[in-house]
Design a protein around this ligand. Structure first.
Ligand code: NAD
Ligand code: MG
Length: 370
C-alpha cells in the first residue's frame, strides 16, 4: 500500500551508510523468570556506598530523589550549564560535574539518553572509575551492542523500572513502587546482584516486584516490543485505518475518533482485565467483528513472518547499527520522518479535536525532561 507521507527510499539511506557490524546474540536465554520481592532486596547492601546519578531527565530525577528519600548518599552528575542543575539543587540533591560524580561515587547509574551514553562513558565516566565500583543502567542497549565495554574489574548491572520516570517517583511518594527488571552483566565484586537489588529497593521497585533478566534479553525484547507492537505496530495500524476511512470519503474527524482516539479506551480495558474484559464492555457486534476481521487485516502468517524479520535485525545488530549510524550522520532520515508525521492529517485533525475536547489538559504525557 502506498504511504504518501513516508519519503522512502531516499531518506532511508541516511541511516544505512556503513552500519557498524555489531555482535549477534549467541547467549543462552533464561528458561524461567526468577522473581525477587522486598524480603530479597536488602537496602543495607548500599551502606557506605556513594551513588552518582548521571542525567536528570525522566528516570534520573526519579532515581535520585527516591534514593535520597531512602536515606542514600546521592549526587547528580550534570554538564556545566545544564538546565537541570537548579532543579536538582531545589530537590536538595548534591550536584557535581559528570567527571566529579563518577570519581566520587561507588555506584554510577547512567541515565543520559542512550544515544549519547557511550560518549559520556568514554570521556567522563570510565577514566574516573576504580576497581570494585559499579556502573548501572536502566536499559541494556549500550552493553548489548558493546558501545560501552566496561573494564573487567567493575560490576555492571541493570535496574530498569518498567515505567516512565514520573511514575517511578509518584508511586514511590505514594508508598508504592514500579516493578523493575534486574540484570547482572559483570560481577567483579561477587556482590553485584545484592547491590542491584538494594538499589532497586532504594528506588521503590522492590515494593512491586523484580524480575531477573539479562541485558541482552531486556534490550532485544524492548526493541522488539516498541518496533512491532507498541510504537511501530500501533501507530501504523491507526494511521492505515485513518487513511482508509478518509480516502473512502468519510470525515477526518470521524476517522480520528474511530481509529485513534478510541485506542486508549480499548487498551485501558485490556490493561485492566485482559481481552475478555474488553470484550465484555464492547458490544457483541464489535466482538464478532474482532473475530471475523482481525485476522483478515493482520494476516497472522504474514504479520508473524514480518515480525520475525524485525527480530532477526534486532538480534544480529542490524537495527542497532543503523540507529547508531543514523545518529552519527545527523539523523537525516529520523528528522524527515518526524517532520512528515507532523504534516499528516491524523496529527493535524487530532490536534484540533483535542484542543476542543475535555481531555485537552490531560497530564498523562510524561514531561520529565521538559
Ligand atoms: P531523558 O531524555 O528523559 O533524560 C536524559 C537526561 O540526560 C537529560 O536530562 C539530559 O539533559 C541528560 N544528558 C544528555 N546528554 C548528557 C551529557 N552529555 N552529560 C550529562 N547529561 C546529559 O532520558 P530517560 O528517558 O530518563 O532515559 C534514561 C535511561 O533510562 C535510558 O537508558 C532509557 O532507555 C532508560 N529508561 C527510560 C524509561 C522511560 O520511560 N523514560 C524507562 C525505562 C528505562
Ligand atoms: Mg521501552
Amino acid at each position: 500500500m502506498p504511504r504518501p507521507w513516508i519519503p522512502l527510499p531516499d531518506a532511508q539511506k541516511g541511516g544505512e551508510e556503513n552500519p557498524p557490524n555489531l555482535p549477534q546474540n549467541n547467549k543462552e536465554k533464561p528458561k524461567m523468570a526468577k522473581m525477587y520481592y522486598e524480603k530479597d532486596c536488602d537496602i543495607n547492601n548500599l551502606q557506605g556506598k556513594k551513588i552518582a546519578i548521571i542525567g536528570y531527565g525522566s528516570q534520573g530525577h526519579a532515581h535520585a530523589m527516591n534514593l535520597k528519600d531512602s536515606g542514600q548518599d546521592v549526587a547528580v552528575g550534570l554538564r556545566p550549564g545544564s538546565k537541570s542543575i537548579p532543579k536538582a539543587e531545589a530537590a536538595g540533591l548534591k550536584v557535581m560535574s559528570v567527571e566529579e560524580a563518577a570519581k566520587w561515587a561507588d555506584i554510577v547509574m547512567i541515565l543520559v539518553n542512550d544515544e549519547v551514553a557511550a560518549d559520556v562513558y568514554k570521556k567522563s565516566i570510565a577514566p574516573n572509575l576504580e576497581a570494585g565500583n559499579a556502573v548501572a543502567f536502566a536499559h541494556g542497549f549500550n552493553i548489548r551492542y558493546q558501545q560501552i565495554v566496561p573494564r573487567p574489574d567493575i560490576d555492571v548491572f541493570m535496574a530498569a523500572p518498567k515505567g516512565p520516570g514520573h511514575t517511578v517517583r509518584s508511586q514511590f511518594v505514594a508508598g508504592k513502587g514500579v516493578p523493575c527488571l534486574v540484570a547482572v552483566e559483570q560481577n567483579a565484586t561477587g556482590k553485584a546482584l545484592d547491590i542491584a537489588l538494594a538499589y532497586i529497593a532504594g528506588i521503590g521497585g522492590a515494593r512491586a516486584g523484580v524480575m531477573e533478566t539479562t541485558m541482552y534479553e531486556e534490550t532485544e525484547t524492548d526493541l522488539f516490543g516498541e518496533q512491532c507492537v507498541l510504537c511501530g505496530g500501533v501507530v501504523d495500524l491507526m494511521r492505515c485505518g485513518f487513511e482508509v476511512l478518509v480516502e473512502a470519503g468519510y470525515q477526518p474527524e470521524n476517522a480520528y475518533f474511530e481509529c485513534i482516539h478510541e485506542m486508549k479506551l480499548i487498551v485501558d480495558l485490556i490493561n485492566k482485565g485482559g481481552v475478555a474484559a474488553m470484550n465484555y464492555s464492547i458490544s457483541d457486534t464489535a466482538e464478532y467483528g474482532e473475530y471475523v476481521s482481525g485476522p483478515r487485516v493482520l494476516d497472522p502468517e504474514t504479520v508473524k513472518a514480518n515480525m520475525r524479520a524485525v527480530l532477526k535485525d534486532i538480534q544480529n545488530g542490524t537495527f542497532a547499527g543503523r540507529w547508531i549510524a543514523e545518529n552519527k550522520n545527523g539523523r537525516t532520515f529520523f528528522n524527515s520522518m518526524r517532520h512528515n508525521l507532523s504534516k499528516h492529517p491524523m496529527e493535524i485533525v487530532g490536534k484540533e479535536l483535542r484542543e476542543k475536547m475535555l481531555w485537552k489538559n490531560d497530564q498523562d504525557l510524561d514531561n520529565a525532561s521538559k
